[in-house]
Design a binder for this molecule. Structure first.
Ligand code: DAH
Length: 338
């Protein structure tokens, strides 16, 4: 010790002896804190004569440096020890096989849609698309649904401020297909449609349809029937009983509904098919002569069939999903697979 000051060695030893970060913090406060030794020593400089003050000031600075060095050295050591301990605790076995990540899955709508597209492209159909925001001509007029005709009320239509229509059905794409192609025409058009519906287990304000259109010479209901029956068989993986019932849609004549044997009860009758043994699945018919004409096709030369399947219902039947909201709320659970 020189002139009553602690030696650098003593300070270094004291720092090195701190067992942990808490003790080291005490060491720092003791030497370097505001009320610490170095500050106290500095205060003793005031009364000294200038030449003595310089010399003693330098010696006090050496004490301070020793404390800072001791503190930093020990802190680095303690930090390293802490890191080593953390590594030990979470020891990584680099030879272990990698942990699997949960895989994303395709949405059932996508899965079935890909099958439908595959089926129809195999039959020579192409996939056509149209805008989701339509005009009245494509959504209604050209489909033989005139303005102010009560048939328009069937589609609970949304309108935008500019009287555009979030399309109520994919039938609008029929019109676009006939306007842009020359027969023979074979297209399907999957897509979203929008209706001002109160949402419940069987209704949604936005859902999916797949429209189909074939225009050629000598087309009959038999072609439509066969096309739809093979589609159902393919999608359901087995032959199901089907039947056609007459139905009215302004853009087809005759209009028909294809019913399929209820997959829930096997045709015996249950609450889902309301005791009938059948589920109404695909509406369609022969393209109305007025619709052909509105697209510039001569109805005496060309005929066609069209259908528009509510795609969500198909998905629900296939996967046993009993509430349409499940398809859109991101909490999809498969109940049963048919
Ligand atoms: N567009 C009709 C709807 O949304 C479904 C439909 C019925 C489409 C008969 C057709 C058809 O192509 O021929 O209710």
């Amino acid at each position: 010790m020189q002139s009553g000051l602690p030696s650098a060695d003593a300070i270094r030893d004291e720092g090195a002896a701190c067992p942990d970060h808490a003790a080291l913090e005490e060491f720092r406060l003791k030497w370097l804190g505001k009320k610490g030794e170095v500050t106290a020593l500095m205060k003793t400089l005031g009364p000294l004569a200038p030449e003595l003050r310089a010399e003693r000031g330098a010696a006090i600075n050496a004490v301070k440096d020793a404390a800072v060095t001791a503190f930093e050295a020990r802190r680095a050591e303690l930090d390293r020890q802490a890191e080593d301990a953390a590594l030990q605790a979470g020891w990584v076995d680099v030879t272990a096989p990698a942990r699997g990540r949960p895989l994303g899955k395709l949405h059932p709508i996508t899965v079935l849609l890909e099958e439908v597209i595959d089926h129809f492209t195999g039959l020579g159909f192409e996939v056509a698309s149209g805008p989701e925001i339509e005009d009245e001509f494509h959504n209604f007029d050209a489909l033989n649904i005139p303005k102010d005709h009560p048939a328009r009320d069937v589609w609970d239509t949304f309108y935008t401020d500019r009287r555009e229509i979030p399309r109520t059905h994919t039938s609008s794409v029929q019109i676009r297909a006939m306007q842009t192609r020359k027969p023979p025409i074979r297209v399907i058009s999957p897509g979203r449609v929008f209706r001002n519906e109160t949402i419940d287990a069987t209704h949604h304000a936005s859902f999916n349809q797949v429209e189909g259109l074939l225009v050629d010479r000598h087309v009959t209901v038999a072609h439509l029937k066969h096309t739809l029956e093979t589609l159902v068989q393919k999608l359901m993986g087995r032959k199901l009983e089907t039947r056609f019932r007459p139905a009215f849609y302004p853009f087809v004549e005759p209009g028909l509904d294809l019913d399929v044997q209820c997959v829930f009860c096997g045709g015996v009758g249950c609450s889902i098919c309301k005791g009938s043994g059948y589920i109404e699945l695909i509406p369609g018919g022969l393209v109305h002569p007025k619709v052909l004409a509105s697209c510039g096709l001569d109805p005496d030369e060309w005929q066609g069939f069209a259908f528009g399947m509510g795609f969500d219902r198909m998905v629900m039947m296939r996967y046993g999903i009993d509430d349409i909201r499940r398809l859109y709320d991101g909490r999809l659970q498969l109940v049963r697979q048919f």
